[in-house]
Design a protein around this ligand. Structure first.
Ligand code: GDP
Length: 357
């Protein structure tokens, strides 16, 4: 058995972004990445395969007075780059959702739409904590944009008329959340985030309210997920396949989000396959090269190991039958047969869930 007293470390919570088409999921992810980078220093974000890591320091820089970084010991937030609930619902981890926490994006003018309802159903079923990003606040008639500012500061700069129009739309969304069975309120009014869903008015276009969203995500993770984030960093790695891709010089590779333990080059792994689990040995662990180096060199760099939470491309023989959404497990201190059984059990669970819907 693993001794959990020694190597325990708090890993980064994994965040997914969901919502109706055109409500601004992609824009929001782009803005979070962009404003993090313009925070300045090198290391403001780390681009992973299929995910972006925003460290606490960067979040704290963006959130200014909203955050006191000494309140937190979680290292930051890992955003899955592919938004949408189709990817969310196929991305499982030990039967639950791969994402620890979610952002449900709702256009303030449009309110709930069919895919918002679908996303809510999935969040409810998987028991995933979430916050609502009430996006496109800047489209309120007469809006006076306050780029990148916390939303309450921005509200102070608005006319009474603009403020009350936005409020009206926000209360509409709060009502729709209530109809869906979730008690919700504007996030600064929420006392207990376990009972109430926080709604964060924001604009992916101007960045106002984005500091608030990051603050709420950090706060939620810190308060309610700290225990789940405690992992044995030296334990056998566990992850979920985001995508199977052919890469020149490597053949079929699996882009994987690692949510527990560590994966090392040369490890034997078991990967869920279309017919049966694939047992193979890792030839290379690949990460994106920093942007500055990409033009002159290859797209990826090889790393010796990668610990949770992270996105990595795994190159190994026989991965062509691997499946998106399937488990990846390092064998290490167990027998391959034991791990194969685990992977089969997990795949069976995913199939039952999919058949139910
Ligand atoms: P997705 O389908 O949910 O990923 O939505 P996109 O991010 O592609 O956004 C859909 C459209 O809405 C695009 O034209 C965006 O430029 C626009 N958009 C997204 N967020 C905002 C916002 O906060 N304000 C305004 N004015 N437009 C936005």
């Amino acid at each position: 058995m693993t001794d959990h007293t020694h190597a325990d470390t708090l890993r980064t919570p994994i965040v997914a972004v969901l919502g109706h088409v055109d409500h601004g999921k992609t824009s929001l992810l782009d803005t979070i990445r962009g404003s993090a980078v313009s925070e300045g220093e090198a290391g403001a974000i780390t681009q992973h395969i299929g995910a972006t890591d925003i460290p606490l320091d960067t979040i704290s820089g963006m959130a200014g007075e909203l955050i006191d970084p000494s309140d937190f010991d979680l290292p930051g937030l890992l955003f899955i780059d592919t938004p949408g609930h189709h990817s969310f619902s196929t991305l499982r981890a030990r039967g639950g959702a791969l994402a620890d926490i979610a952002v449900l994006v709702v256009d303030v003018n449009d309110g709930f739409q069919p895919q918002t309802e679908e996303a809510i159903d999935i969040l409810r079923r998987t028991g995933t904590p979430f916050v609502v990003a009430a996006n496109k606040a800047d489209t309120t008639p007469g809006w006076n944009p306050q780029d990148g500012e916390p939303i309450q500061k921005s509200m102070e700069a608005q006319s009474e008329r603009a403020k009350s129009m936005l409020d009206e739309n926000l209360y509409e969304i709060i009502g729709q959340l209530s109809d869906a069975g979730f008690s919700a309120d504007l996030y600064w009014r929420v006392q207990d985030f376990q009972k109430n869903i926080g709604v964060v008015p924001l604009s992916a276009l101007t960045g106002e309210g984005v500091p608030d969203l990051l603050t709420v995500l950090m706060g939620l993770s810190q308060r309610f997920m700290k225990e789940e984030m405690a992992i044995d960093v030296t334990g056998p790695g566990e992850g979920t396949v985001l995508e199977v891709k052919d890469e020149r010089g490597f053949g079929a590779t699996v882009d994987t989000v690692v949510y527990d333990g560590v994966i090392r080059n040369g490890d034997t792994i078991v990967v869920g396959g279309q017919n049966e689990p694939i047992v193979t040995e890792i030839r290379a662990l690949l990460r994106p090269r920093p942007l500055a180096e990409i033009r002159t060199e290859k797209e990826f760099e090889k790393v010796g190991e990668i610990g949770a939470a992270a996105g990595v491309k795994i190159a190994a023989p026989d991965l062509d039958q691997a499946m998106a959404g399937a488990p990846v497990r390092v064998v290490r201190d167990r027998t391959a047969d034991q791990v194969i059984e685990e992977v089969k059990a997990e795949l069976a669970e995913i199939e039952v869930e999919t058949a139910d819907n």
